[in-house]
Design a protein around this ligand. Structure first.
Ligand SMILES: O=P(O)(O)O[C@@H]1C[C@H](O)[C@@H](CO)O1
Ligand SMILES: Nc1nc2[nH]cnc2c(=O)[nH]1
Length: 282
């Protein structure tokens, strides 16, 4: 059975969106929880609400506004998704990535993903920024891969290699920009693991995820990265460590979404500088 939007439908939404803006971006950015301030860097903005776009799912999570923002960032044409869709909101996996397919139809060739994540690596601290070197698709390896279902070859191949998901040149460029901005001390590079959510991890789960080799855990990003690669886009990802996962029972503390959003606000300026300079130098 074929799941997901048809190729023609995605193309038609792309055309509709390009009719609503004079911009012709090639760089797309997805804002993670509490990281919507990235959109404040956009000049000459044309904003389209998700609710105005046919078949677009609606963001229901606080910290995700549900707007596409077309415009320029440091002279480069961009489009930002200020609000992403998560599997735990009740959408099937393929539906959470309709916007990524639509971005491609709008002409995007490079996708920058950002997210809020819990730190599993005990060398990390709240406020660190992790370049995503690799991911573990926990839902995917247990049967809920975003590419499950019928495959339209016009989107991409049935069997996708994922060893090269995250672009190495953009990672190198980001490290050099972080150095110039004085951010090297908070930069990390590691593996992001996606869980379905919306529960934060138990101590036993955090230990399991760490033993799997993950440095940070979150509830998004991986399906978007896979779909973007499926369509031949370059992908780069950053995780803001908003809380540290509890690996010891005697000092375990509960994570809250408010805490995640507050950590995002604290690091907002640095993240905006980092991403906008990356865009400028791409
Ligand atoms: O959209 P992201 O992955 O940044 O959001 C993370 C995961 C949950 O949606 C939320 C938990 O606070 O933050
Ligand atoms: N699963 C998970 N997602 C997060 N998003 C932000 N922080 C966390 C976390 O600690 N765990």
């Amino acid at each position: 059975m074929c799941e997901g939007p048809s190729f023609e439908h995605v193309q038609s939404i792309g055309e509709l969106l390009l009719g609503k803006t004079k911009h012709r971006p090639t760089i797309g950015i997805i804002c993670g929880s509490g990281l919507g301030g990235l959109a404040d860097m956009v000049e000459d903005a044309n904003v389209v609400l998700y609710s105005e776009i046919p078949s677009f799912p609606i963001s229901t999570v606080p910290g995700h506004m549900g707007k596409l923002v077309f415009g320029t960032m440091k002279g480069k044409q961009v489009v930002l998704m200020r609000g992403r869709l998560h599997y735990y909101e009740g959408y099937p996996m393929w539906k959470t990535t309709i916007p990524v397919r639509v971005l491609k139809a709008c002409g995007i060739s490079t996708l920058i993903l950002t997210n809020a994540a819990g730190g599993l690596n005990s060398d990390y601290s709240v406020g660190d920024i992790m370049i995503i070197k690799d991911h573990i698709d926990l839902p995917g390896i247990s049967g809920e891969c975003v590419l499950r279902g019928g495959n339209d070859e016009r989107f991409g191949p049935r069997f996708l290699a994922t060893v090269d998901t995250y672009d190495k040149e953009l990672a190198t460029l980001t490290k050099s920009i972080a150095g110039k901005l004085g951010l090297s001390d908070i930069m990390r590079e590691g593996t992001y693991i996606m869980i379905g959510g919306p529960t934060f991890e138990t101590v036993a789960e955090s230990r399991l995820l760490r033993n799997f080799g993950a440095d940070a855990v979150g509830m998004s990003t991986v399906p978007e990265a896979i779909v973007a690669r499926h369509m031949g886009m370059k992908v780069f990802g950053l995780s803001l460590i908003t809380d540290m996962c509890s690996l010891q029972y005697d000092v375990a503390s509960a994570t809250t979404h408010e805490q995640v959003l507050a950590a995002g606000r604290k690091r907002a300026k640095d993240l905006q500088e980092l991403v906008s300079n990356l865009v400028q130098n791409m």
